[in-house]
Design a protein around this ligand. Sequence first.
Ligand code: MG
Length: 376
Amino acid sequence: MLAGYAVQVEHSRGRRFPEAPHPYRNDFQRDRDRVIHARAFRRLEDKTQVFTRRYSDHFRNRLTHTIEVAQITRTVAGALSLNVDLAEALALVHDLGHPPFGHAGEKALNAAMFEHGLSFDHNLHALRIVEDFEQRYAAFRGLNLTFEVREGIIKHSRDYEAAKHPELAEYLLDQKPPLEAQLIDLTDEIGYDTADLDDGYEAHLLTLEQIRTGLPVFERFFREVEAAYPQAPEKLKFNETLKRVFNRLAGDLITNTQARIEQAGIENLSDIRLHRERIAALSPAVETERKQIKNFLYENLYYSASLASEKEDAERIVSELFCFWMQNPTELPSYYRDKAQAESPPRVVCDYIAGMTDHFIIKQYEKHCAATLPKG
Ligand code: MG
């Protein structure tokens, strides 16, 4: 039984190109499956989340991060009696628009576009992927996803101003997205905050002492774990503690969102859409802890000296290749050369680079920029 404010698949605004119903799957289940079968989804396997393969094969990449976010999202959406199929589809698609090399790649691509008075936005790029670049079906371009999935791609993590984005007018920019989409920004962050602490510790870039001192929420649970398992190896105490931090964040997202639904008197989907602010949220106490984890990761991991040289490589590769294709458009593959006839060249070069995996862009760099990268 779905809650009254859940998105009902029967009330979907449907697809751009109408399709016959499927005998075994509803429309949101089909959209989830279309995302899983997309080429862009498979490429997530070779896109950096935080750590490149240089460190270890155990660490998250963008694909395993995405699968973890989908797992958290199913639990949270199910506990809130939301539409789990829609929420899962949105979790699986949420990072589809990310360029190679994680945050550094995105920053470099945005900077290159800025030189041409443009910008790169991974949500808008994800929409272009599912609407245009994925070509699987004879009857239409793109994946022909339902309105609710396309709306969630655009609106899950931020609000776009209608005046600045006339091309997004159909996505009801003056309204909040359904709760299934609102959850994603938070389940994404719960996923990577805990995963990055885990990978950072495993990579020996973060020490247990440092985490215990820097994060009161971790320290509190660590003491509990030490009392329960005094003989356990440090790594298992770390795991048990992180699991408790994880459960605190996800559990609070469920209970606090439920409380906010009740306080706001939310009964149906339009109440969610027309509410002045997003309903999905952590409680103030846990929100403070979330911010502490995030700031801790920025200070001690993302901006750490150990990751700096890879970031510099990433930025150099993206910006030099961008310049190379702007100056030598005939070197683009024919598909993108054709696109450059109709669209602005920087956008076409940006689209090409954004779709690449880490491995592929390094190969392109070695081929076109004829430089040898320092070996890690
Ligand atoms: Mg993500």
